[in-house]
Design a protein around this ligand. Structure first.
Ligand code: PGA
Length: 250
């Protein structure tokens, strides 16, 4: 039997401006204080401009903060990108790699494995996102596609990275649409991800998250599936109470 601690991560995407980040953190800390810390591990992926204030505000709490992206190069001519050292310097403990909204902009392929490697080598946690489009699901291509994404993203991983690594399975058709995968669809895909990731890492230790329209109302059923170890939450993570409600359902 495994002892995987659930991980609930909030992806703010291009939301939360200036002082709103301080108000969010104050409310999150207030709720953690009032209602207790959930058993699940908590993480937030704020926009780059809010990383420093969020990591500062949450220092001393159990919540870790990560960048929504990271570049594989140490430094250089990469306009608009962010390095591992920049994230670490802003107080980050992790980075998200390969979100479908980045993949859609052309960030795919072996560079993602290099990003995972760079984040881990720089002392950060890495979360790799994967998932199929609606067209791919309807064409029966989900298994091949997701298998390929996992193998590609893990190409540079090492067994001892497992504690600082996680994979979020996020079907593109469920992201921000309100159309959540059924618990069976999510379980099947997360089991597949675990099986493929198990070619590289201890399959009983690796944390596989589901993402795509996770809300307090559907969290318990999704998180109750045997191969779902947490959630990557977009829209619902913008309200601290909703993020915590999801974490308490884990
Ligand atoms: P959503 O986003 O929860 O708003 O569907 C999830 C994600 O993209 O990480």
């Amino acid at each position: 039997m495994s002892v995987r601690r659930p991980l609930i991560a909030g992806n703010w995407k291009m939301h939360v401006v200036g002082d709103e980040a301080d108000a969010y953190c104050a409310e999150l800390l207030r709720l953690l204080d009032a209602d207790g810390v959930p058993a699940a591990e908590l993480a937030l992926f704020p926009p780059f401009t809010a990383l420093e204030r969020v990591s500062g505000a949450l220092a001393g709490s159990d919540v870790w903060v990560g960048g929504q992206n990271v570049h594989e190069a140490e430094s250089g001519a990469h306009t608009g990108d962010i390095s591992v050292a920049m994230l670490a310097g802003a107080g980050c403990g992790g980075a998200l790699v390969g979100h479908s909204e980045r993949r859609a902009l052309g960030e795919t392929g072996p560079a993602l494995a290099a990003r995972v490697r760079a984040a881990l080598d720089g002392g950060l946690r890495a979360m790799l996102a994967c998932g199929e489009s609606l067209e791919q699901r309807e064409a029966g291509e989900t298994e091949d596609w997701v298998t390929g994404q996992v193998r590609e993203g893990l190409a540079e991983i090492r067994p001892d990275d497992v504690e600082r690594f996680s994979i979020a399975y996020e079907p593109i058709w469920a992201i921000g649409t309100g159309v959540v995968a059924t618990p069976e669809q999510a379980q099947d895909a997360c089991a597949l991800v675990r099986r493929v990731a198990g070619e590289f890492l201890d399959r009983d230790q690796i944390r596989v998250l589901y993402g795509g329209s996770v809300k307090p109302e559907n969290a318990a059923e999704l998180l109750g599936q045997p191969d779902i170890d947490g959630a990557l939450v977009g829209g619902a993570s913008l309200k601290p109470a909703d993020l915590l409600a999801i974490a308490r359902a884990a």
